[in-house]
Design a protein around this ligand. Structure first.
Ligand code: SAM
Length: 294
C-alpha cells in the first residue's frame, strides 16, 4: 500500500505530492529508528516520517524513504544515519517546564542535599534538547544560592546531554529568539539572567552558563563515562520508548545516581512497574523519585 500526502514544500512553499512512503519502506524505517535511538513509531506515522525526512530526501535527490535507507546502508560513514535520527527526534522544550520540578528542586531537594554538606553537587539533564532544561536548573540554583547564601556547595555542576548534535549546538550557543524566550521565562528572569545580543535574541549570562557543559549521549548506550550524579532530570523522552527500553534505561539511571539521589521524570511519565529502585516523594504538588538506600 502507498500513502500519499499532500504538503507544502519547505523552501518553495509550493504544493508537492512526493511525500509517498510504501508500507514496506515504513516498516523497515520503523525497525531502523527503534534500533538506532529507541523511538517507537506507531502504525500510522507515515506522514510524520515523510515530512521530517523530506528535506534530507531533497538534499540527496532521493525519491523515497526506501532510497534514503539504501543510501545510508551503502555509505555508513557519510553521517546520513545520524542526520536521519536527528531529523526524527521531537525537540519540544521550554523554560521551567511544568514548574513543579523546579519548585521541588528549590524547596525540597536542595535543602535535603544541603543537610549532607557535599563538596559538590552533580546534576544530569539527560535529553536536554536545546538547553532550556539545564539552564533553568542553573537559574534555580543561582536563585537558591542568593536566597540562602552558604547553605549549598558552590560547586554545582550540570551536564546536559542529547542524542542530537543540532540540539547540542543550540544548547552551547545559549542564544534564544523571542519565541523561545516567550515560553516559560518571566520578564524578571529574562532581564536578570540573560543579555540582549540584538535582533530580538538574548543569550544566557556567563555565570549561569559556567555551571553547564554538554555532551552527546544516546540513552541506549552506556553512560558510565559521565560518573555518578546527585540529581537526574530525564524528562519527556522515556515516553517515546518501549517498555523494555524504559526498564533498561531506568535501571542504568539508578546506577548513575549516588545513594539517596533524586530522579525527575516528565509530568506525564511515571515509574509505574518499570523500576522498584526508587521511593516516591510528593512535595508542593510535584513528584520526585529518590533512590532507595542511604
Ligand atoms: C521532547 S524533548 C525533551 C526535552 C527536555 N527534557 C524537556 O523535558 O523539555 C526530547 C529530547 O530527547 C532526545 N532524544 C530522543 N531519543 C534519545 C536518545 N535515544 N538518547 C538521548 N536523547 C534522545 C531528543 O533529541 C530531544 O531533544
Amino acid at each position: 500500500m502507498m500513502y500519499l500526502e499532500r504538503s507544502l514544500d519547505f523552501d518553495t512553499g509550493k504544493r508537492v505530492t512526493d511525500n509517498s512512503i510504501s508500507s514496506r519502506d515504513y516498516d523497515s524505517f520503523r525497525t531502523f529508528l527503534e534500533e538506532a535511538c529507541g523511538i517507537v513509531l506507531g502504525d500510522n506515522k507515515h506522514y510524520l516520517v515523510s515530512s521530517r525526512l523530506s528535506r534530507l530526501m531533497r538534499e540527496f535527490e532521493l525519491k523515497s524513504v526506501g532510497d534514503l535507507i539504501e543510501r545510508m546502508k551503502r555509505e555508513p560513514r557519510s553521517g546520513l544515519r545520524e542526520r536521519i535520527v536527528d531529523a526524527m527526534t521531537t525537540n519540544e522544550t521550554f523554560w521551567f517546564r511544568d514548574n513543579h520540578p523546579y519548585e521541588l528542586l528549590k524547596n525540597y531537594v536542595y535543602p535535603e542535599l544541603a543537610k549532607k554538606r557535599p563538596a559538590q553537587i552533580k546534576i544530569w539533564s539527560a535529553a536536554c534538547s536545546s538547553g532550556q532544561e539545564p539552564y533553568s536548573i542553573s537559574i534555580i540554583t543561582q536563585e537558591y544560592m542568593m536566597t540562602r547564601p552558604g547553605s549549598l556547595s558552590n560547586n554545582v555542576q550540570i551536564v546536559g546531554t542529547d542524542i542530537s548534535p543540532t540540539m547540542l549546538d543550540l544548547s552551547r550557543a545559549a542564544t534564544y529568539d523571542s519565541l523561545a524566550l516567550s515560553r516559560g521565562l518571566s520578564p524578571e528572569r529574562k532581564s536578570r539572567f540573560f543579555k540582549d545580543v540584538g535582533n530580538g535574541a538574548w543569550q544566557v549570562n556567563d555565570d549561569i552558563r559556567a555551571r553547564v557543559r554538554f555532551a552527546e549521549i544516546n540513552l541506549m548506550n552506556s553512560y558510565a563515562s559521565l560518573g555518578k550524579f546527585d540529581i537526574i532530570f530525564c524528562r519527556n523522552v522515556l515516553i517515546y520508548f518501549s517498555a523494555e527500553l524504559k526498564i533498561d534505561i531506568l535501571r542504568r539511571l539508578s546506577q548513575s545516581l549516588n545513594p539517596g539521589g533524586f530522579l525527575f521524570l516528565g509530568s506525564t511519565e511515571t515509574l509505574a512497574s518499570y523500576s522498584d529502585a526508587f521511593e516516591t516523594v510528593r512535595h508542593g504538588g510535584g513528584t520526585v523519585y529518590r533512590l532507595k538506600g542511604k
